[in-house]
Design a binder for this molecule. Structure first.
Ligand code: FAD
Length: 458
């Protein structure tokens, strides 16, 4: 077991921990980053599967994600636009398929009116409440104690409109059923992306990808840290002075390979994993309680690679939506400069539970049949098929990120980023702008580093 002394020990080598570490190092503080996995990047992971490069985790960049765009620029990484020429496909609740162009689904006039009304209401709430302190708004408790599902139905009697709007936050973002989180949580999701209209606009929210893959952000940041990133080093124990202890005692992080004594620690892991670490002494009551109300959603990101992007020849963009379909969203995810065509689809929350009951072969058949219902029979026979299954990953346990259960956001949100003695918290799950995204991971990483630099100098 190696023993090190540093100013700061960072637990987790995802984009948030690595951003914090590089900022701290640049300010002259010494760091060590301890990572449980045998790779950096956390929920971003670019890998080659059966000869196809796949973005197994986070990949898209939107124009408002300026912290990520700045980081990409600094690291010399380029972006490319998602293919979106041609018609999209909408599958209605009865399973009928319609081709369309533009942002609005091809629904009846009445449903379109209801969808626009809901978008307008959510835009208004997002603008009024914002992403920084949703818990501080006078209506926070009221909006945090009603589920998004029920709130939508209070606003509209049109079930198709409610399900279509629900899709953008429930299945599409938090990857939890709309009955399990509050409208305040949905408003935070919208506000963190600038507006609810931005979430609905796939041309905005799924704008660009990184040439060569998103994991490179973490890989390049780790390179800047030289030998200070330790892989295969899950932190098991964190010793800290306790609430009444002296800061001079610092913290000690004990991992499987290395023990680091430091002045400060950053827990740069998603909140559902905080309690995987043994704290000596235990964390205070508030953290014990709060951490039980933050959980990750569940989504299967499905990748299917074909000899050619056959849908383009048929005038289709590859984009499809169907709130009632097994695969509720599908997109062209062809790599930059690749002659093969790649589709990506998403199976979320309760639908994911259901297909995980099937055998792998049955699941693949059901998922490909659902993709084919948007894009035709050719979708049934990909050259490469892969399911990103983050729920099975010990060091993540779900996807994409964490959110509070009903009523948790207004109750605990104000304390989620408060340091506990020398222990700081940093991850995309605690972000305001860029919440749940790589951009948010970077923003919180930068803010955490700034707070520690300021504390270290005082
Ligand atoms: C399938 C999927 C699709 C996504 N799509 C997008 C997208 O298109 N665009 C986008 O911006 N975002 C997307 N995201 C979200 C994005 O990837 C995350 O928000 C981002 O990676 C979070 O970064 P982080 O550093 O906060 O946490 P993580 O990336 O989770 O990093 C945390 C790290 O901590 C490590 N760790 C955990 N416990 C310990 C321990 N005890 N000791 C040591 N190390 C530990 C983990 O192994 C991990 O490496 C997606 C995520 C998934 C899973």
């Amino acid at each position: 077991m190696e023993h090190l002394e540093r100013d700061v020990v960072v637990i987790g080598a995802g984009p948030s921990g690595l951003t914090a570490a590089t900022e701290l190092q640049r300010a002259g503080l010494s760091v060590a980053v301890l990572e449980a996995r045998d790779r950096v990047g956390g929920r971003t992971w670019t890998d080659v599967v059966d000869g196809a490069m796949l973005e197994i985790g986070g990949q898209w960049v939107s124009p408002d994600q300026t912290a990520l765009l700045r980081t990409l620029d600094r690291l010399g990484l380029e972006t490319f636009s998602r293919y979106r020429d041609g018609e999209s496909v909408y599958i209605d609740p009865q399973g009928r398929r319609t081709r369309y162009t533009g942002e609005m689904f091809p629904v009846s006039e009445e449903t379109e009116r209801e969808m626009n009304k809901l978008i307008e209401s959510l835009d208004k709430l997002a603008a009024e409440i914002g992403a920084t302190e949703p818990w501080a708004h006078p209506r926070a408790r009221e909006l945090d104690t009603i589920s998004f599902h029920h709130w939508l139905r209070q606003q509209s009697a049109d079930e198709e409109a409610c399900n279509n709007i629900g899709l953008f936050v429930a299945g599409g973002m938090l990857t939890k059923p709309a009955h399990s989180f509050s409208v305040l949580q949905a408003v935070l999701m919208a506000a963190s992306a600038g507006s609810f209209s931005n979430l609905v606009d796939d041309g905005f929210i799924l704008d660009k990808r990184v040439v060569g893959g998103m994991q490179q952000v973490s890989q390049r940041l780790a390179e800047e840290l030289g030998g200070n990133v330790f892989l295969n080093s899950p932190v098991r124990t964190l010793r800290w002075p306790g609430e009444d202890g002296s800061a001079a005692q610092g913290v000690t992080a004990v991992s499987d390979t290395v023990t680091v004594k430091a002045r400060y620690a950053i827990m740069a892991v998603p909140p559902n994993l905080y309690s995987r670490v043994w704290y000596e002494p235990p964390l205070p009551r508030r953290q014990h309680q709060m951490h039980q109300h933050q959980s990750l959603g569940l989504v299967i990101k499905v990748h299917a690679v074909y000899g050619t992007p056959f849908w383009r020849e048929e005038g289709l963009s590859g984009t499809g939506f169907g709130a009632a379909s097994l695969v509720q969203e599908v997109y062209d995810n062809t790599n930059h400069g690749d002659s093969r065509g790649t589709l990506v689809g998403f199976v979320s929350d309760e639908k994911a539970d259901a297909v995980f009951e099937l055998s792998a072969e049955e699941r693949r058949e059901a998922i490909l049949a659902s993709i084919a219902s948007y894009l035709g029979e050719k979708a049934l026979t990909p050259e490469v098929y892969y399911e990103s299954d983050w729920g099975s990953e010990e060091w993540t346990r779900g996807a994409y990120a964490s959110s509070y259960d009903l009523g948790g956001l207004h109750r605990y949100g104000k304390d989620q980023l408060k340091p506990v003695g020398p222990i700081y918290w940093s991850c995309s799950d605690l972000a305001a702008e860029g919440y749940q995204h790589v951009d948010g991971a970077i923003r919180v990483g930068e803010a955490t580093a700034a707070a520690i630099i300021s504390a270290a100098r005082s």
